[in-house]
Structures are given as C-alpha cells and as structure tokens.
Design a protein around this ligand. Structure first.
Ligand code: ZN
Length: 237
C-alpha cells in the first residue's frame, strides 16, 4: 500500500505514470499494489467518476492503469496485481477502514506500507487499529451516492474514522520494534513499514490509552471532539 506526495519527488507531472510503473515493476508478478483513492465527502459519490482526493498519483493510478477500485463511497482503494480482485472485494459491505476493507486485506496478508515524501499522518491503515479497539470516537456519517441504477441515495456509514495527524506518535514504537525502514526515492524521503507490526503496535497503544493517537493541536476540533467522546464513554462505563 503506497501513499505519495508526488511533489516530494521533484519530477515533472508527465512522470507520474513512470513512478507507478516503477512501483509495479518493483513488486513483480507476485505483488499487489494498492493505493488509497478516497473520494472525500463533497457532492454525490459516483464509483466511476468521483476523483481520488488522495493525490495526483492516485488519480492516475485509478484512471490510467487497469487497477480495480473498491466500492466504498468514502474510503475506496484501487489495486493492481496478483491479488487485486481479492483486495478490493466486498468493501461496499465492509467498513471504511475496518472489517472488509482493503486496509484489512493488507494487514491480513502481512503487506507493507510505503510512504513517499509523507509521514505516518497519512497512513490510513493505522485507522484499522482504532477500529479493532473500537475507540469511542468512531462516528456514523451520512454519504450521498449514486447507486448501480443511477439513482441518488443516502447511505449511513457507521464507525467512520477521525483525524489522523496524531498517527506520527506511532513512529517511535515502530523504530523500537524494527518495523520501519528509511530510504529515499529521487529527492523524496521514504518510510517502509510492516502493516501487521504497525497495526498491532497501535492496538497496544490504544488499549492503554484510547486518546494515544489523537493530535496535540489544542485547536483541532476533530481531536477535541474525539477526547470528549472518550470521556463520555469512560463516565458511562
Ligand atoms: Zn487532530
């Protein structure tokens, strides 16, 4: 699973497809490449036409390669390679980043997560730990989407994840346990970590303290609301 800030590579836009091809080549015929092609919350979600909001590279991967996009209206991922079909299957019935999601597929297959020019703040898979621990701040939200018949419908999505800026707090633990490696591609500094090791470490952190992966910005309304929901849960227990 790859997250990329394309500008960190300092390459012209015409090279986006080359970067994706290089990733496919690096994985080889036995590998499966997965990228988040999340659609966000604006407008009516349409599986075929709603663009990815997770970076220019992911949109090229979605539209110019023969990748398969999972059918989740907010947290879809696109996959290409040997197990692409299995990686995206059933996401429409699953959770955004919980059971039945491509993130869980990566976890269960002991995949690796590559961060190109970005840090753990964008590592979607860490939300899987929040889901497994069932932290109090997972929320239900409505999403408008176009169904297979072309009609606009509203779907309630439960146990949606919150803010991920605090995921950088996981990194010292990954270093300590040897789950992360550092390198570079062109001018981009890169991190490569084991999905299973990272999610398991995050589960331990959240089990000790459900607020462990919230960010420290005192003005972050998302994380302040998450802390409030944790307090409500503790007080009602
Ligand atoms: Zn925050």
């Amino acid at each position: 699973m790859v997250h990329t800030a394309f500008k960190s590579l300092a390459l012209p836009d015409e090279r986006i497809a080359d970067v994706i091809t290089a990733l496919i080549d690096a994985l080889g015929p036995e590998g499966t490449l997965i990228m988040p092609t999340h659609a966000g919350w604006d407008g009516v979600y349409d599986h075929d036409s709603s663009p990815s909001v997770t970076g220019a590279l992911t949109e090229v991967f979605r539209t110019q390669f023969s990748s398969l996009r999972s059918r989740h209206p907010t947290h879809s991922c696109s996959a290409l390679g040997k197990m692409a079909r299995e990686a995206v299957a059933g996401h429409e019935q699953g959770y955004a980043v919980g059971t039945g999601s491509p993130c869980e597929f990566v976890y269960e297959h002991s995949g690796q997560v590559l961060l190109i020019g970005v840090d753990l703040m964008v590592a979607t898979i860490v939300h899987l730990a929040e889901f497994y621990v069932n932290v109090a701040y997972l929320c239900a939200r409505q999403r408008r989407l176009r169904n297979d018949d072309g009609q606009c419908v509203t779907r309630m999505l439960t146990r949606q994840p919150g803010h991920s800026n605090g995921f950088v707090k996981l990194e010292p633990l990954l270093k300590q346990y040897g789950h992360i490696r550092y390198g570079s591609i062109e001018s981009a500094s890169c991190r490569l970590f084991d999905a299973r090791g990272a999610v398991d470490a995050a589960v331990r952190m959240l089990t000790d303290d459900p607020a462990a992966l919230l960010c420290d910005d005192p003005n972050c309304s998302n994380c302040n609301e998450s802390r409030r929901l944790i307090r409500v849960e503790v007080n009602s227990a």
